[in-house]
Design a protein around this ligand. Structure first.
Ligand SMILES: Cc1ncc(COP(=O)(O)O)c(C=O)c1O
Length: 441
């Protein structure tokens, strides 16, 4: 595969863009590749790079794409919206329709507020939880990524973990002291936390200071990890006991596995839900919402300030609406599940044939692969997996024309654009790569 033009662009990029990338998760440090590939064009399930090579894409823009690249209904909606104006700074009809569409799909959302990214939505949800409860501490779970706001950069999984920096410089200790990190999928740890609040420095004589428990109901940021039975129950019981709120970060999970949020399939109702990625149809967006009694704390109704020049952007909203409409096509999620299941089976079977230890976690069109014998139920299991083997797997898949995220912590995303032939092609590549995985470079 020729990569000369990518190499030239990389040499230019590192001179004028920090680290050559506009988001650290795009760097190839963790997978030992010489440099990331520069893409020129994308359509459906495919990327074409600047040297003319074609790739089947499972990065899915870190989960922002579920229909595939440049879906015709979405690009048409974007073009039409742009002709009507790219940013208004006033209310407009489509944002109302969009909010109604989200409400209809996710019963816990009585009211929503649109923002521009998942980071912003989580940041705002935390402020809201603090404003509602009058408390400061947020419980998050080890390895869970919730964007890059200061308090969320503690033990934050995929992005930071990939570049080997668990916590970020520049986060003041005062911020860190209000974040409590518990292990994911450990109901006993949650119960212990509630029993021994003072061990965490939370008891102050007047009670405790826990505003909210924040989590992904199914993890998407140290691979795809299901909650074990009893874990979500324990979190909700703890929140109830402490009078704290629950915040579900469904940036990855909403509309990923079904039309709607995963909370309803799992049978839990959080106080605040955070959305992003898919709901923007490939353009930047974020949202948070919940019952009116909570959301009405947000300005201009309530005292919790939050605003945005680009919030409710008409082009993002148009793309999101077109995407959500297309997702209602009958059979779409069944197809994603069939393709995701075929990949998971193929990965396990090829690995078994070649004596490669592998764990494949999969739900619908989302899956993750870690080279380990140990079931992956928390981030520690991914940390202990054979990351050198993952790096080889990644590089050889890329050479075979398959684009994965350059990190063992990131998921693969099948989109509605992937065909049976694409899956077949990928399974053949997997078989060939697994056969060589015990061989070093
Ligand atoms: C679960 C989750 N929350 C929040 C975010 C942050 O979203 P954004 O990158 O749009 O700021 C991400 C991004 O990967 C995410 O996966």
């Amino acid at each position: 595969m020729r990569r000369q033009r990518s190499q030239e662009l990389w040499q230019r990029a590192v001179r004028s863009i920090v680290g050559g990338v506009n988001s650290p998760s795009r760097a190839f440090e963790a997978v030992g590749g010489a440099h990331p590939i520069f893409m020129r064009r994308a359509a459906g399930a495919y990327f074409w790079d600047v040297d003319g090579n074609r790739y089947i894409d499972y990065l899915g823009a870190y989960g922002a794409l579920i229909l595939g690249h440049a879906h015709p209904a979405v690009t048409e909606a974007i073009a039409k919206a742009a002709e009507r104006g790219t940013v208004f700074g006033t209310p407009h009809e489509q944002e109302v329709v969009f909010a109604e569409t989200l409400r209809a799909a996710i019963p816990s959302l009585e009211k929503v507020r649109l923002v521009n990214t998942g980071t912003e939505a989580v940041m705002s949800a935390i402020r809201l939880a603090r404003g509602v409860t009058g408390r400061n501490k947020i419980v998050k779970f080890s390895g869970c990524y919730h964007g890059h706001s200061d308090p969320m950069l503690l033990d934050a999984g995929s992005g930071p973990a990939t570049i080997g920096k668990e916590d970020s410089a520049g986060v003041p200790p005062g911020v860190a002291k209000d974040i409590i990190v518990l292990p994911y999928n450990d109901a006993a740890a949650v119960e212990r936390f509630v029993r021994n609040l003072d061990e965490y420095g939370a008891a102050d004589g007047s009670g405790h200071d826990v505003a909210a428990f924040l989590l992904e109901p199914v993890v998407g940021n140290f691979g795809i990890v299901e909650p074990v039975p009893g874990f979500l129950e324990a979190v909700h019981a703890a929140a109830r006991q402490l009078g704290a709120l629950t915040i579900y970060d469904e940036v990855i999970t909403a509309f990923r596995f079904r039309y709607g949020a995963i909370q309803d399939a799992l049978g839990f109702t959080p106080d605040i839900t955070v959305l992003g990625k898919i709901i923007g149809g490939g353009l930047p967006i974020g949202a948070y919402g919940g019952p009116a009694a909570i959301m009405d704390y947000v300005a201009p109704v309530g005292p919790v300030y939050q605003s945005g020049t680009f919030a409710g952007n008409p082009v993002s909203v148009a793309a999101g609406l077109a995407c959500l409409k297309a997702l209602q096509e009958p059979g779409l999620y069944e197809r994603l599940t069939a393709h995701g299941g075929a990949l998971a089976r193929g990965l396990r079977e090829s690995a078994a044939r070649h004596g490669v230890p592998v764990q494949v976690n999969q739900r619908a069109g989302a899956l993750s692969v870690a080279f380990t014998e140990e079931p992956v139920r928390d981030v520690a299991a991914v940390d202990r997996s054979d990351t050198a083997m993952f790096a080889r797997f990644f590089r050889r898949m890329l050479a075979a024309g398959i684009n994965l995220a350059p990190s063992v912590y990131e998921a693969w995303f099948v989109t509605a654009a992937h065909t049976d032939e694409d899956i077949e092609y990928t399974l053949n590549a997997i078989e060939q790569v697994m056969a060589t995985l015990h061989e070093g470079d």
